[in-house]
Design a protein around this ligand. Structure first.
Ligand SMILES: [Zn+2]
Ligand SMILES: [Zn+2]
Length: 129
């Protein structure tokens, strides 16, 4: 069981499933919304339970997914594709210790020019190899 929240605490979350394989996304949307690159972990939509969801705003950033954030404090929390059983949950929202480790970097071709990717994890252009 994982627990987490936004910065102000208005939104809480629990994930009642084992998690693995968080990723870092360097796409323009993730960078614009999060302030840097976005690290998130896939979770079953059915295992995610949200409290304070009246504070959650969904921004429809593309034709395939919505991005959830706290309307009070602005914390970036979720990337939710319309299709499929999985939602991406921001690693920064999870309480420590998570016991998880990043598994790779995605959309590296869109990364900002002001930083270097600091590790030797697998790197991908777009969302796949
Ligand atoms: Zn908040
Ligand atoms: Zn992204």
């Amino acid at each position: 069981m994982y627990h987490g929240s936004c910065l102000c605490g208005a939104i809480g979350l629990t994930i009642d499933a084992p998690l693995k394989g968080p990723i870092a996304c360097h796409c323009r949307q993730c960078r614009r919304q999060s302030g840097h690159y976005f690290s998130a972990v896939p979770a079953p939509k059915s295992a995610l339970h949200i409290t304070g969801s009246a504070n959650l705003t969904w921004f429809r950033a593309s034709d395939i997914a919505s991005r959830g954030f706290c309307q009070t404090c602005g914390s970036t929390l979720f990337w939710r594709p319309d299709d499929g059983p999985t939602i991406m949950v921001a690693m920064a929202a999870l309480d420590a210790p998570t016991g998880l480790r990043l598994s790779g970097h995605y959309w590296c071709d869109h990364k900002g020019d002001y930083y270097a990717i600091p590790d030797t994890l697998p790197r991908f252009e777009g969302d796949s190899a």
